[in-house]
Design a protein around this ligand. Structure first.
Ligand SMILES: Cc1cc2nc3c(=O)[nH]c(=O)nc-3n(C[C@H](O)[C@H](O)[C@H](O)COP(=O)(O)O)c2cc1C
Length: 132
């Protein structure tokens, strides 16, 4: 968890990635150590990506329940974040999650993102029968 604003500002010094990261009051840096995982895992499975992703999703839901706004973010420089936070080489940086209290009055937060109909994304018994 990064709360040091000087460090957070360094994540995107030239504004090349995502501007909301630099202005976030806190940023979660989600990492996995592939060598510290269930030993029966085959490292090639990269299950640590799935494990960490599941943790990120759970954290997002918990943050939402606390009234916080957060964005799962993959568009950032891993090299910079690794350096700024002294993250060991053998840890994989999976994603970062900038978060804070969101502006409920902002248009962006009032707009509901469009959803594709269920039958376009879910199927029953085979991949040709839309689920309805
Ligand atoms: C793996 C992953 C990476 C993402 N990276 C970014 C990102 O770099 N920038 C961003 O604004 N949102 C990012 N998002 C958030 C998505 O754009 C989107 O807001 C989020 O998945 C919720 O989507 P939905 O409203 O369609 O359910 C990412 C989401 C995921 C799952």
């Amino acid at each position: 968890m990064v709360t040091d604003s000087e460090k957070i500002k360094q994540f995107d010094p030239d504004g090349k990635w995502q501007s909301f990261v630099s202005s976030a009051p806190a940023v979660l840096v989600a990492c996995a150590n592939p060598h510290d995982t269930w030993e029966r895992y085959d490292e090639n499975d990269q299950r640590w990506v799935l494990d960490t992703s599941a943790a990120i999703e759970n954290i997002l839901i918990a943050m939402h329940a606390l009234g916080l706004g957060a964005v799962w973010t993959l568009s950032f420089s891993k090299n910079i974040v690794r350096k700024v936070c002294s993250i060991p080489k053998h840890w994989q940086i999976i994603s970062i999650v900038p978060f804070g209290y969101y502006d409920a009055e902002s248009d962006v937060n009032k707009r509901m993102r469009p959803r594709r109909p269920l039958e376009e994304v879910a199927f029953l018994n085979d991949a040709e029968t839309p689920f309805s």
